[in-house]
Design a protein around this ligand. Sequence first.
Ligand code: G1P
Length: 289
Amino acid sequence: MKIRQAVIPAAGLGTRFLPATKVIPKEMMPIVDKPILQYMIEECAASGIERVVLVTAHGKHAMADHFDASPELEDMLERRGKDALLRNVKELQSLCEIVTVRQARPLGLGHAIGRGRVAVGREPFVVLLPDDMIDNPERPACRQLMDVYEEHGKSVVALMDVPPHQISWYGMVEHEPVSERVVLVKRAIEKPRPEDAPSNLGIVSRYLFTPEIFEAIDATPPGVGGEIQITDAINARAGQGEVMGLIFEGERFDAGDKLGFLEANVHYALKHPELGERFRQTLLDKLKG
Ligand code: G1P
């Protein structure tokens, strides 16, 4: 079945970035000149996704507004002949259809993804965690997962090598090789101690699920941190041989962490068509100075 939809869990409070995120949702923090969430929606659109289900919460309406029409602003840009800016603003509305559902209480990532069910229906779908940016202009990370699904017809998680000191930050997997970058996931454990990790491959922020994940989430009791963990639901599906893993290709930034956020800004600023060269020079001068 063609993958048309994505779920983006974005109901969190963003406490790691306070006070910046007291009023502004963390997903709206800009990387150079676009909010992080826009990079996610652009990745969806570039992967062929038509509809994005944003799982949101009280006080975070700026996220959906960003992709909606803004008649006053558009009229003003038109009157002033600011054609390039007008195009920019209008393009936001044509990337993907955006629908929102609410997660009223922060009961965990598994619970948030489960909230997507009312909008997604019985179709396979991708999930992007907006904390993590993955840059691959030729083959966006979501597209890479979709290609594995097209071949195997099973759920797929994005994987990467995790250094030992970071193992307790990730969902870690036990796996069997299938091809160079594809594995069959045998087991998944949320945030184990390094000595309990079954391998050094961890799950990173992009998932593709068949609709059976919703029943698995329903059956998942609270796990690490007292939250309903998506990794536990994945583990149940992996036990049935229904989960593949893909060691994705692309440059990844943990923009949910202050250092990763700054690194993402430097990365995208250096690539920026208008700013790149000047920014490179500014950085070099700064480092010399
Ligand atoms: C979440 C997931 C975890 C995953 C990680 C990175 O953790 O629970 O399994 O490995 O994202 O994408 P968080 O970073 O929200 O604590």
